[in-house]
Design a protein around this ligand. Structure first.
Ligand SMILES: Cc1ncc(COP(=O)(O)O)c(C=O)c1O
Length: 403
């Protein structure tokens, strides 16, 4: 199925690159606006507030919880890092708790971490898979602390009919990870709150990040000529508006940039979101996840091998022994993947960081998003198997996971 054109260059299929995240294509732009998404959380009821990024949503939602200043928020040791920075930047302390099997909350451990300074529990739903929300809610109610749901990786996901993000006192989402928009965070809170006062999204960033999405879309469709033309056009636009990528406000950056907290989302983001059919997004992601997992089961360790109903998976996580070199080998075959979360936040105690070190070292995220076809899943599976075969299966099989 696969043919490598040149060592070190993309594998064929017309040079198509399989993108990690959804991209913008002409068909996405020409699609008429639908209203289906209004029935989907967090867009139903009163709707969310749009912010530039997920961390901005968290920052602007925190005051609605009226937590005592300087109080302690319980946080997990497996995190991106910017969510921890946001809590610290807002004047709270953090205390880490232990995660159990499959990164699940361990309530006995949480109980031990409580004292009178604790005001909230921060939970992350990893890759779209739910934490036990009913138990988390009861735990928080019993101890009179707030529940914060981090749904940055979990837009449109449900657990037994319950929307992720609908149980906590505050939930934040990172829309651009699931749908093709240049930026966008979403904030939902249980209590009514003032709309955050936000500056308009910077035009240059919106324009260039939209062009980036179009560019990725062209790479994904194999339109090399048009893609090269667009690359030049993007460079020209960036130069004309004096946009410097490393200095610009940019959604999706992994490091702390306080400017991201101050901006709202562009109306363009809401316009694009109206062209998305959430039911289709969920159905296609589930179909792709199942197909890829079925190809890879038994070949390497899949930390989330099953897909319970209602879940909208962000990626298929796979465990490999050397993430960086595995990712590079996949890229050479035209398959993008994510090597996220390699480092713990410096405030995480070493003994808790050690507990999730296996995840940080070995977990690689492979795309399964709505733009990809069953044929793309077969191509990804071929690429993964080829990398495994090239480098001795045993080396890429880190064995049982320690969470
Ligand atoms: C778990 C988690 N929370 C929060 C964020 C922050 O989201 P954003 O990058 O949209 O600010 C991220 C970003 O990757 C994340 O992974």
């Amino acid at each position: 199925m696969l043919r490598t054109r040149e060592a070190g260059l993309s594998t064929t299929d017309g040079g198509r690159v399989i993108p990690l995240l959804p991209t913008l294509s002409a068909s996405a732009l020409l699609r008429p606006a639908g209203s289906a998404w209004r029935g989907w959380f967090p867009f139903c009821d009163n709707g969310p507030d749009w912010t530039f990024s997920g961390r901005g949503a968290l920052h602007h939602g925190l005051p609605s919880l009226s937590l005592p200043r300087g109080s302690t928020i319980l946080v997990p040791p497996y995190h991106q890092g910017v969510e921890i920075d946001t809590l610290l930047g807002a004047g709270y302390r953090v205390r880490y708790y232990r995660l159990g099997e499959q990164l699940m909350l361990d309530f006995a451990d949480l109980e031990r971490r409580l004292d009178e300074t604790v005001s909230a529990l921060y939970v992350i739903h990893y890759f779209g898979f739910p934490q036990p929300l009913r138990l988390a809610r009861s735990f928080c109610d019993a101890h009179r602390i707030a529940l914060i749901e981090d749904c940055a990786l979990s837009l449109f996901s449900r657990d037994d009919g319950v929307w992720l993000g609908s149980v906590g006192d505050l939930a934040l989402f990172s829309a651009y990870k699931t749908v093709p928009v240049p930026h966008g965070g979403l904030l939902v809170t249980k209590v009514k709150r003032e709309r955050p006062s936000l500056r308009p999204a910077p035009l240059g960033s919106t324009l260039v990040q939209t062009l980036d999405l179009l560019h990725e879309g062209l790479k994904a469709s194999g339109w090399r000529r048009t893609e090269q033309w667009l690359t030049r056009a993007t460079r020209w636009v960036a130069a004309a508006i004096r946009w410097e990528r490393h200095r610009a406000v940019s959604a999706g950056i992994g490091h702390w940039d306080p400017r991201l907290l101050t901006y709202g989302a562009s109306p363009w983001v809401a316009w694009l979101t109206r062209r998305v059919d959430p039911a289709e997004v969920v159905a296609r992601r589930r179909r792709n996840f199942e197909r890829l997992a079925s190809h890879l089961r038994g070949r390497l360790s899949l930390p989330f091998p099953a897909l319970p109903p209602g879940i909208c998976p962000l990626f298929l996580p796979v465990m490999v022994s050397d993430k960086a070199s595995f990712q590079e080998s996949l890229a050479r075959q035209g398959v993008q993947s994510a090597d996220w979360w390699s480092r713990s936040h410096p405030t995480c105690p070493p003994e808790l960081a050690r507990d999730v070190a296996g995840w940080r070292r070995h977990c690689l995220e492979v795309p399964i998003h709505q733009e990809l076809t069953p044929g793309d899943m077969d191509r990804i599976a071929d690429a993964v198997v080829r990398v495994l075969d090239e480098t001795e299966t045993s080396q890429h099989h880190p064995g049982p996971l320690q969470s």
